[in-house]
Structure formats: C-alpha cells, structure tokens
Design a binder for this molecule. Sequence first.
Ligand code: NAD
Ligand code: TDX
Length: 333
Amino acid sequence: MEKILVTGGAGFIGSNFIRYMLQEHPYHIINLDALTYCGNLENLRGVEDEPRYTFVRGSITDRKLVDGIIKDVDAVINFAAESHVDRSIEDPEIFIRTNILGTQTLLEASRKHGVERFIQISTDEVYGSAEKGYFTEETPLAPNSPYSASKASADLMVRAYHRTYGLPVNITRCSNNYGPYQFPEKLIPLMITNALENKPLPVYGDGMNVRDWIHVLDHCRAVDLVLHRGRVGEVYNIGGNSERRNIEIVELIVRELGKDESLIRFVEDRPGHDRRYAIDASKIRNELGWKPLYSFEEGIRETIRWYIDNRDWWENIKSGEYLRYYERMYGGR
Ligand code: NAD
Ligand code: TDX
C-alpha cells in the first residue's frame, strides 16, 4: 500500500487519524473533504507542509471527482459524514445524500478501480438503544434517528458491495469519541466551552442516558489495525469500556473547571433519545490485540486542558455560523 484516501479528514476524528497515520506509516494520504460547517482546515495545522499529504476540497457525492481520485489509491477510509444526531432531527435530507449516496459513490469507484481495502467508519448507534447487555457485531441493526438510520443504510450498502462484487471491505462501529478538535456541538466540547464562558449547560431529559466513551486516538489505533490486519468482509466493534451517564460527565467537567453546578440546566429531551449505548469489543481485542490505552479520567482531563489551551480554535467556531445553529437549538429549550 502506498496511497490512501481519507474522506472527511478535516473533521474531528478524520484530522486526528491523518496526523496519527502520517506519524505511524510512510503512506501518502489524500484528504477529500467538502469543508461543511464542521470541516476545518485549522484541525490540520502543521500537516499541510507534509509532502506526503494532499488536500482536495470536494464532496464524496461528486462521482467524477471521486472516480479521478480513487483510480490512484490503494485504500479508502470513509470518515466523511453528517455526524450530529440533533441536526438530523432538524433536517434529515443531507444525511441521506452524504451518508448513503456519498458512501455508495465511493464504493462504486472503489469497485471499478479495484482498491485493496475499503474501510467504512460506522457507529454503535446503528444498533439502537441497549436497554441491557452489550452490542456485539451480531446484534441486529435497529437505528432510531435519521442520522443512525443513514449510517446503518450505508453499512448495508458496504456489505452488499462485498457480497455482490467481492470488494474487500471492513466496517468499524465505534462508541462515542472525545478528544482534541471535536466540534463544540457534541456533548463534551459543548459542556467544556460553555462552562469556560459561564454559559448554561443544557442536559437533555433526566441526564441519565448512558454513552460508552473512547479517546479519539484509541479509535484511530483501532482503525489502523483493521486496515492492516482486519479479516476481509468483517465488522469490528470498537469501544472504550467507559460507560458514563451524561450528568456524571457534566458534573465532572464543572468540578474540573472549578465552576458552579448552578450552570447545569435540565432541558427538553431529544426526540427518540437512545437510553444507552454499550459496546462489546471482544472481537477486535481477541483477533487484533487492540485495547484502549486511555482511561476516561485521564483522557477527559487532557481534553479539558486542550480546550483551555486552544481557546482561539473554538471561539472562532462559536462566534461564526455555528452561533445561529446554537440559538435555534437551545433558544427555546
Ligand atoms: P465531524 O462532523 O467532525 O466531521 C465530518 C467531516 O466530514 C467534516 O470535515 C466534513 O466537512 C466532512 N464532510 C461532510 N460531508 C461531506 C461530503 N459530502 N464530502 C466530503 N466531506 C464531507 O465528524 P466526526 O465526529 O469526526 O465523525 C467522523 C466519522 O466517524 C463519521 O462517519 C461518524 O459517523 C463516525 N463516528 C463518529 C463518532 C463520534 O463520536 N464522533 C463515533 C462513531 C463513529
Ligand atoms: O447539549 C446536549 N445535551 C445533552 O444532554 C448535547 C449536544 C447532547 N446531550 C446528550 C445526548 C446524548 O445522550 O449527550 C449524549 C451525547 O450526545 P452527542 O454528543 O450529541 O452524541 P451522540 O448523540 O451520542 O452521538 C455521537 O456518538 C456516536 C456522535 O455525535 C455520533 O457521530 C456518533 O456516531
């Protein structure tokens, strides 16, 4: 393998992955990103000077562009997506276009040009809500939001391209990531940055919903392993083994920042809000020897520190177009 296409590399996980891969491997990486509201080249500061890195601005739904890029690459790793559940509830259509049609466009070019490996970055949300027990790779898909339904649809298309055309694919389904460069619409960076600005901390419903948190670099290491050693056609769950209630996380952030708990506001719940996500990652542990290296307590402290030290990064975001979304979203809650 020499050349790898990473899509969505200007987003949170994609940018962390590109840094990680350039450090760990000699590959040339092409980053195809449309730079939507959350795609930010600031996430890749310093990387632009690397001769083994090329940025292309464009959409994964652009057949001609995608075809032209994929004819020269050995592997495709598809991070590009509309990724925020609340936005999918507001307006699902772009989720269908990007997450389903975009993935199919990449699959079609990959089949035509015979790529060595196609990795689809999926999510534990495709399994729905885990009232008890843990999601394994055999758990039936039962997505509950337009976002997760679009990701599940893409997964099925990836599976079909493997079964029908023999495309060498893997699907990874990871739990909730946190870490540097996460867009401040997601729970952890939203709470850290709001607390730093002494703004209210909006907790949906009773705050008892559970997510399994993983540091973004543990996710990146897992994807790297799947790319090199994953069995063709297999799905791999990736999880941090760190289940936490939302309210516990918000309280921890408030404590760490020395703020007052009166900033916490219980607001109207998210429609269709999944109660709990919980991943059984024993397949990737046993087959590929992966395990998370970060403890949640260590990772979250490091992440809080990153947001304190990189105030310019998130202040630019929060003062721009995102402000209008925020006011729409939380104004009436
Ligand atoms: P993000 O929203 O931070 O980044 C998404 C990136 O995709 C952005 O840079 C955006 O510009 C780009 N993009 C959007 N539409 C595009 C298009 N049509 N063509 C090209 N680029 C486009 O998302 P993230 O949190 O980094 O998530 C990355 C991937 O990982 C997604 O596929 C998501 O479903 C998956 N995932 C995320 C998490 C999580 O906790 N964040 C967990 C599991 C899986
Ligand atoms: O303001 C908030 N208040 C709140 O209580 C926000 C933004 C979220 N929440 C709750 C909803 C969830 O229970 O916090 C939890 C986490 O919410 P998000 O950060 O929006 O993540 P989630 O909906 O769990 O989805 C995330 O994990 C799986 C990513 O956004 C997806 O891209 C990924 O696939």
